[in-house]
Design a protein around this ligand. Structure first.
Ligand code: GLV
Ligand code: MN
Ligand code: MN
Length: 411
């Protein structure tokens, strides 16, 4: 018997179409949460959901759900598929959108074949997974899982001074459903790997069994502005130099260790930001990740200690604010095994793996058995317009999602 397959052309066409929505004047894909570009992406997704004959529900944090309600088992908790459609700055077209559009594709495929599921299926596009404009990341799914109150999330102030709740109202996606209204029986998220492992090993499918812990902090260092030409080096309280020392401390420490710890300073601003003025203030972010909670705590501790030493040595003051903190997650072993089974049955090589990136699945795992499916990322490149996954891998991943969803929906 030939296995059922998704409509490859429809999925790939939608991925490309959505990838054109939210381009800035320089042609960069920038669909930050709550922006006009996000609205345009959401509108297109909702159009496709309606065309597929699904009901649309939007909750108060702006999560969009496409619900396939059918007569049998309508009162049972649904199988939820999904991811996010917000992006980073200058993004690729696959991160998030691939999982959302594949979820829709799977439901549309099942619907068109007359498949009668024992429980409903639904697709979700969660708000603000990237966390670029508003922290924390994975916000919509975190609120859905009850890990953050909707009021607190809506009050989040963005990097541009906007408030998320006001932006969601402005773009028409402050919905009326109470977050968490939909209780998934299980959640499966299909995503590009965003790392080099699968391509390097020539493996088509990642059965993701764990996801590493994430720590986001914002550090503010205050020194004194003074004249760049007249102030002797020994008399400076240079916030910029102190910040640079933190960057190299983190990089050297993570680079030297034999552990999988990764450390990134992705944002930095100086005040007054002038060529001939010693910086009076430096503000920067620290992203620390590790699959082991104990080690992640040790890394946070080492940074805190270094900042204290730095304050003494450089004569600056240091303040730290926590932006996000999520412990490592273990996914549901039964769903991970279903992913492996599906790959084997389709003749595809698979491997178990850890996710280096954060995902909505790590939040939904708090309230429902969850797992993820990865497909290869060429060169391990992501959060970059060169992000790429070959079409056959995209189609294969969506078919694995179809198989796993079908099995779960039949139970
Ligand atoms: C989300 O993309 C993250 O891992 O930062
Ligand atoms: Mn993503
Ligand atoms: Mn991302």
């Amino acid at each position: 018997m030939t296995a059922l397959s998704i409509d490859a052309e429809r999925l790939l066409g939608r991925l490309r179409d959505l990838g054109q929505v939210g381009r800035d004047s320089a042609g960069r894909l920038v669909r930050l949460a709550g922006s006009d570009a996000d609205k345009a992406g959401r509108d297109l997704f909702v159009t496709w959901v309606r065309e597929a004959g699904l009901d649309v529900a939007v909750d108060r944090i702006g999560n969009i759900f496409g619900l396939w309600k059918n007569d049998s088992g309508a009162d049972r908790n649904p199988i939820l598929l999904g991811s996010h459609i917000d992006t980073v700055i200058d993004a690729g077209i696959y991160d998030g959108s691939y999982g959302v559009l594949s979820g829709l594709e799977v439901i549309e495929t099942l619907k068109s074949t007359g498949f009668v599921p024992a429980r409903p299926l639904a697709v979700a596009a969660f708000t603000n997974e990237e966390g670029v404009r508003y922290a924390p990341d994975m916000m919509g799914s975190l609120v859905h899982a009850g890990g953050l109150s909707v009021e607190e999330a809506l009050a989040a102030v963005g990097t541009d001074g906007t408030v998320l709740g006001a932006e969601l109202r402005r773009i028409g996606y402050a919905g009326s459903e109470e977050p968490g209204f939909l209780k998934p029986h299980a959640y499966i998220e299909l995503h590009i790997e965003q790392g080099p492992m699968l391509e390097r090993e020539g493996v088509s499918v990642g059965a993701v069994e764990t996801l590493q812990g994430i720590s986001w902090q914002r550090v503010t260092i205050d020194g004194d502005a003074n004249h760049a030409g007249t102030t002797p080096m020994s008399m400076r309280r240079d916030a910029g130099h102190a910040a640079a020392r933190v960057v190299t401390f983190l990089r050297d420490r993570a680079g030297r260790s034999n552990t999988p710890t990764v450390a990134t300073v992705g944002c930095m601003t100086f005040e007054p930001n002038a060529i001939n003025v010693i910086p009076s203030r430096a503000v920067f972010t620290v992203d620390l990740r590790d699959p082991d909670e104990g080690r992640l705590q040790a890394e946070e501790g080492a940074l805190a200690e270094y900042l204290q030493e730095l304050a003494d040595a450089e004569g600056v003051t240091v303040a730290v604010e926590r932006l996000a903190r999520f412990e490592p997650v273990t996914f549901d072993p039964r769903i991970v095994a279903l992913v492996e089974d599906a790959a084997r049955e389709r003749g595809l090589a698979s491997r178990r793996m850890t996710s280096g990136a954060g995902h909505d699945a790590q939040m939904i795992a708090r309230v429902a058995p969850s797992a993820m499916i990865f497909v290869p990322s060429i060169g391990g490149i992501s959060h970059n317009p060169r992000e790429h996954t070959p079409d056959p891998d995209l189609v294969a991943g969506a078919n694995i999602l179809l198989d796993v969803a079908t099995r779960l929906a039949a139970q």
